[in-house]
Design a protein. Structure first.
Length: 177
């Protein structure tokens, strides 16, 4: 029962993270001060006169206010879109290996410390901070390397395979941290 609940909660992580990212701009917009459309309300009377804006006709002032409002809206929209995309990329990059999304590019790093061959159930800590566990038997007897370069490639059905640089044997692994 606990395993089924844990698996169900794990499957909900991505939708919850993506939903949080989708609503982040709304929360940001609510915390920001409201945008004032009129330049004359944003400036003091002295600033308004010093800028020469008091010489504008009502139509010219309305055109200036419309242009400023459009410009602010464009910049805000662009900033929100950029923040959303950066957040999405960060989630994908940090979650690669936990979920079956992101790029098909291999994860490349080094195993920290000495590598003494593959063994079912063994945990491998990478220099990039990720921790992977071997989940199926695969062996690489007699191999001893310090900080070897590794490549972890995605397979089908959310499976991942680790290879040590210079060897053809691949071990099926799953990311645990």
């Amino acid at each position: 029962m606990k395993a089924a609940m844990k698996a169900h909660l794990k499957s909900l992580r991505i939708p919850l993270v993506l939903m949080a990212l989708a609503f982040a701009p709304l929360a940001w917009a609510q915390q920001s001060p409201p945008l004032t459309a009129n330049v004359e309300q944003q400036m003091s009377a002295e600033q308004f006169k010093a800028a020469g804006l008091d010489k504008l006709s009502p139509q010219e002032l309305a055109a200036l206010n419309a242009w400023l409002q459009h410009k602010v809206t464009q910049e805000t929209t662009k900033a929100v879109e950029t923040a959303k995309e950066e957040g999405r990329k960060e989630v994908v990059a940090k979650s690669r290996g936990f979920f079956d999304f992101g790029t098909a590019e291999p994860i490349e790093s080094n195993i920290v410390g000495e590598f003494k061959g593959f063994s079912d159930g063994k945990k491998y800590t990478l220099a990039n901070g990720q921790v992977w566990e071997q989940i199926e038997p695969a062996t690489l007897p007699g191999v001893r390397k310090t900080d070897p370069k590794v490549s972890i490639k995605p397979g089908i059905f959310n499976s991942w395979y680790m290879k040590i640089d210079g060897y053809n044997t691949a071990a099926k692994v799953r990311r645990i941290k």
